[in-house]
Design a protein around this ligand. Structure first.
Ligand code: CA
Length: 229
């Protein structure tokens, strides 16, 4: 069965171009032309991937992305205009998996869709439990328990934490963490990692200002403390 792509885009020309190319490449395509309908459609139709325009009438792309991230791991590609650099950054921060600047070539869109679907399907996690200090990560069901209490992490947060916790003491440059998350190192977007780390620390550190698990490596990135072994 072919995979279903939902496009939420209010410009008919752009939506049509994207739909035509994706259909030509064997995907089943649904189109919504505003945020509210798009969100409802995403919930109802459960597509395999979402192409989401940022500037939409009514509920905008960021709101839609935020709402969906709270409830699913649906792969999301954001469409942004060139002038919307900060929005792009926010998009990645709130959990979009990739973005494409407008105007984009439909061929590029298809390539990104294909790559993201492959990545989403191939998310292979080595099974097992990672235990560090009072922290326990279950890589089978992505649950996290801290001092006996279960805590909720987003997929991105879990991915970051797992990556680092598997290799305590190893220094991870921001660009490497970013590439690990998105499959691409977005030059200039290294700092979007900081927002995720901040959220993670708030959830797992007793004193986020004085972390004992996720340590900052000045001017480079982060590492997971190796003092808990
Ligand atoms: Ca738009």
């Amino acid at each position: 069965m072919s995979e279903t792509i939902l496009i939420i885009e209010d410009e008919p020309k752009v939506a049509r171009l994207a739909r035509d190319y994706l259909e030509k490449n064997g995907y089943r395509v649904l189109v919504a032309n505003d945020g509210d309908n798009g969100l409802a459609m995403a919930r109802r139709e459960k597509p395999d991937l979402l192409v989401l325009d940022l500037m939409l009438p009514g509920m905008d792309g960021l709101d839609v992305c935020r709402a969906l991230r709270r409830e699913s791991d649906l792969p999301i590609i954001m469409l942004t205009a060139r002038a919307e650099e900060t929005d792009r950054l926010i998009g990645l921060e709130i959990g979009a998996d990739d973005y494409i600047s407008k105007p984009f070539s439909p061929r590029e869109l298809v390539a990104r869709v294909r790559a993201l679907l492959r990545r989403a399907k191939g998310r292979v996690y080595v099974s097992g439990i990672i235990r560090v200090g009072e922290l326990e990560l279950n890589t089978d069901n992505h649950s996290v328990v801290l001092a006996g209490e279960s805590i909720h992490l987003t997929r991105i947060e879990f991915n970051l934490l797992e990556t680092m916790a598997r290799h305590p003491g190893q220094i991870f440059p921001r660009a490497q963490l970013l590439e690990n998350l998105h499959g691409v190192a977005y030059i200039g977007y290294d700092r979007s990692i900081d927002a995720h780390i901040k959220n993670l620390r708030r959830k797992i550190e007793e004193d986020p200002a004085n972390p004992k698990y996720i340590l900052t490596v000045y001017a480079i990135g982060y590492k997971f403390s190796d003092e808990h072994r």
